[in-house]
Write a protein that binds this ligand. Sequence first.
Ligand code: F6R
Length: 611
Amino acid sequence: MCGIVGYIGYREACPVVVNGLKRLEYRGYDSAGISLLNTDAGIYKCKGKVSDLEKVIEGNPVSGNMGMGHTRWATHGEPNDMNAHPHSSFKGHFIAVHNGIIENYGKLKKRLKEEGYDFKSETDTEVLVNLIEYIYLKWEVEAETAVRLALTKVEGAYGLVVMCTDENDKMIAARKSSPLVIGIGEREYFIASDATPLVEYTKNVVFLNDDDVAIVSRDEFTLKTIENDRLDPEIHELDLEVGDIDKNGYDHFMLKEIFEQSRSIHDTFRGRITPEMDGIRLGGLYHALPSLVKAKRIIIISCGTSWHAGLVGEYLLEDMARIPVEVEYASEFRYRNPVLYKDDIVIAISQSGETADTLAAIKLAKESGATVLGICNVVGSSISRETHGGVYTHAGPEIGVASTKAFTAQVTVLAMMSLLLGRERNVIEDTEYVSLIKELREIPGKIETILSLNDEFKRFAGLYKDALNFLYLGRGYCFPVALEGALKLKEISYIHAEGYPAAEMKHGPIALIDENMPVVVLSPKNGSYDKIVSNIQEIKARKGIVIAVVNEGDNVIKEMADHVLEIPKTRELFSALLTVVPLQLLSYHIAVMRDCNVDQPRNLAKAVTVE
Ligand code: F6R
């Protein structure tokens, strides 16, 4: 939700900030802006994308070695030129960009109006920058002090970068529940919402913690608490290359990320499966393992696609480790007064590691004394630091807004955890354990086979790109995949789609079926194959169009379905890892054919850092 970039050093700041904003555009893309602290402290901003901003600044004297920019996902105030960031204060002493929500902005705005402050926008950010200025002028303090004092008065979340026109040799950054990273170069510093804009300049970064305030000048970087106590910054080295965040010849990040899945799954289990394939090591669970092995209950919390991975995790953990699992939407869990015990294990799943609802649910679970573990993709993210332990998915940066490789990596981690716990709890026999690990190792190769059928999936997409509705059905491990397939289609192509457990169809959704309704039925050969065959017959009896995902060589369903998408066979436990891939490609091609912005679908943003 919103991307922030700041730069101070010896380079021209404008290209650094604009290129950084392009890297962060997946976080929000309804308006963009930039301000450089040159002589006139100009602010250039507009509704639209960073490319629209580039047109605005073309021909303008945007020069200077210090500046900041913002790409927005609107919370307070519709996306328009005025509400775009940066925002300047009433008397012109401060300029700010902000990610997050100031919850008490109404009260603060009223107070500031009483003091004679006027507002140009509807944003909470303008309230914050005016509050900073008010404190600065009234108490005659330094800019940094004004920022810290103002932040003690606000409730809510912020990733904030502030420049003071009277102190044009420094930038002040602060964080609460909204990520900020400082990149450390040679006589230059970078500030960003995540590390992607920094990687081409430096690998050395400091992740700000909640209530940290960073004062960044060309030569120096000071870290403090909001109460003015000095902190020692912990410098991390980024394990990220520029190639990881480029499209590398693909038309869209989403397509690149779908095609990366055989490699990304490999990276997920790299170094975690013994060379003899007889053991799994998950270092991040080392301390929690004894509690996990004894666990009476696991609660998985997550949102969106990560929640779908959590559902697959429920089946895996119950099947392989025989531990009862509950899967909760983080947003529901945090507000519904859940019963939590000290010996509960809570697993938070999140690609970004920044999802506000998941973070809040983690805090709630920690307060109850539960052990909280994370499955995150982004290294150093808030969730990975907020949890007691966990496992990184190592899928590499996911930039397409629709999650693809993160899902398969999360399921892979859950499969490894389930195998590990099954073994530790003596639920899985040794031979079965080894055979399952071997099968898991085969998944990347099988994904390659599915990807080689891309042209075929594209052809089917052409047949159904104008459909108004889609239904996705699956049983067992394929039920969460049906939900995921429907989510992928609706979020990027804007076609209404629903996912259902296939057996639930007759309890309602069957009424929707007619000759215009494409129904994607996940039908690999597994324990419920015969039941799925019956479901297909029920759809055909009502003239529905059946697109079945089947195992290679399945002639029974081929006879009944309108189309089949063939995938290799795997063990039922791992079927979600394969069945999801054709659905990702189908959605991708339909969205492209409908001229939708696949990587930046309307109204969405990659990391949902507001509730
Ligand atoms: C869908 C999608 C979202 C995310 C959800 C959780 O394609 O990307 O549904 O899965 O916002 O995000 P993370 O995993 O970052 O917590």
